[in-house]
Ligand binder design. Structure first.
Ligand SMILES: [Zn+2]
Length: 133
């Protein structure tokens, strides 16, 4: 009885310590249940994903990705102000990674698209020159 009591007490004490620790972690987890959307600076009950905005990563609610575009090649959401649509193939690409053509004045998703667009531009201009001549 005496030993059992001591044992129980010890176990209780140990459990209690665990509970205390868990309790404080639970306390934080209650806050974590409220996800933080860094981009919109708000807490809420939503799942978050990583988005890129002006070269920085932010967490963002998956329910609030209206301003973001999924970029296949990067496997990441980018802000619409950081991306452009390739005028040749129509794919979204990150502006910083764009291939700018001095010839057409446009920016393309890849070197391949740029070359094709330039070829097209050159042959079109030849036709215009021929017609003009
Ligand atoms: Zn393209």
């Amino acid at each position: 009885m005496e030993a059992g009591k001591a044992y129980n007490y010890e176990v209780n004490g140990y459990d209690y310590e665990l509970d205390t620790t868990d309790g404080s972690i639970d306390g934080y987890e209650e806050n974590d249940d409220e996800s933080y959307d860094e981009f919109h600076e708000c807490y809420g009950d939503f799942d978050t994903t990583i988005v890129m905005y002006h070269g920085r990563e932010y967490s963002c609610s998956v329910d609030d990705l209206g301003e973001f575009v999924w970029i296949d090649s990067e496997e990441m959401y980018y802000h619409e102000s950081d991306v452009d649509r390739c005028p040749w193939c129509g794919e979204w690409f990150v502006k910083d990674d764009g291939h700018e053509s001095e010839l057409t004045g446009n920016c393309y998703c890849s070197e391949g698209c740029k070359e094709k667009a330039e070829d097209c531009y050159i042959s079109e201009n030849k036709q215009i020159e021929l017609k003009a001549a």
